[in-house]
Structure formats: C-alpha cells, structure tokens
Design a protein around this ligand. Structure first.
Ligand SMILES: [Zn+2]
Length: 176
C-alpha cells in the first residue's frame, strides 16, 4: 500500500532498509525548471518513489513518473501532448571513486533504466530536485506530433531538425 506523501528529503540507505514506497500527484507548476520547457504548466505528475536494496547490496531508489505534458511541436510549432510513463532506478554508490570504477566496467548490456550515483555527503537527497531532474531527462529530445496538423510544414528535409520548421515559417513570410 502506497502512502500519499513524498518525503521532502531522504537518506537512500535508511529508506531502502524501510522499503519505503510512496506516491503523490505533484502539480506541474511545482517544477519550475520543467515548466520552462513546456507550453503549459497545468496538470499533475504522478510520482512514485520505491526504495530497495539492490542485488549488490546497494541502496536503490526507483522513481516512477506518469504525466501528460504539453510542449511545442518542433515541426509545426503547435502544442503537442507528450505522454511520460517512465521508471528509472538510481543505485547509490559510496563515492565518486566507486562511481568511476563502476562506469569503467560498464558495457553495452548495462540497463539504460538504471544508473549509479554517488551517495551525497551528508546522505540526504532532496526529493523534488531528484524528481525534477528525472522528469526533464524523460522529455523527448525533439517533441513533435506523429502527424502534424499542417501538412505543408512537414516536408522530408524538415525531419529531425528542430529549427527547420521555424526556418520554413520565416521563408514563407519572406523573412529570409
Ligand atoms: Zn506538429
């Protein structure tokens, strides 16, 4: 059973021993760095936090994020709803030296949904900072509609280029 509040901050080791599992609906407007990347700060993000010990006996914190966010489509520049359904596990390692050692061992089979982070000193993680970092990383690199409403704004050469649609709008208006 999940309780309804996120801790303001936590010690990864302590919550792992307690098997903490919490969930909360956090207003998008509570994440100012995220809101800067959106065209609307309405709505909520469903945040879950689950703590456990990894197979290697390291404290692990799994952050789950579910949200419908509104960004600007990079092809037609109209609002596009981006669905976030993301889960990511942080395994806390002793320090930067251990992190460097583990990263050196890392190979292509490494799980992309898991990452190592050095335990902060003192061992206190600000929940909202961690969650907001994770939210920003979960956004698409180039947000866009699967099918844009403006067919003339989607020629092949505009593909994958965030500024192509803008350039095209400018040239359509005779600004180039
Ligand atoms: Zn579009």
């Amino acid at each position: 059973m999940l309780s309804a509040d996120l801790p303001e901050s936590f010690d990864p080791d302590v919550i792992a021993r307690e098997h903490l599992a919490v969930a909360a609906d956090v207003p998008v407007s509570d994440f100012p760095r995220l809101a800067d990347l959106l065209t609307s700060s309405k709505g909520v993000v469903r945040v879950t936090l689950k703590a456990s010990m990894s197979a290697d006996r390291r404290p692990a914190t799994t952050i789950g994020l579910v949200a419908a966010l509104e960004q600007s489509c990079q092809r037609c520049l109209q609002p596009v709803t981006v669905i976030i359904d993301h889960e990511h596990t942080v395994e806390w390692v002793a320090d930067e030296a251990e992190l460097a050692r583990l990263d050196a061992l890392d190979d292509e089979s490494a799980d992309p949904d898991r990452e190592f982070m050095p335990m902060p000193v003192p061992p206190r993680v600000q929940t909202m900072v961690l969650v907001e970092d994770e939210l920003i990383l979960s956004l698409p690199i180039v947000p866009r509609h699967e099918v844009c409403a403006l067919p003339e704004a989607a020629p092949d050469q505009a593909e994958d280029h965030p500024f192509a649609a803008l350039a095209q709008l400018k040239s359509a208006k005779g600004l180039n």
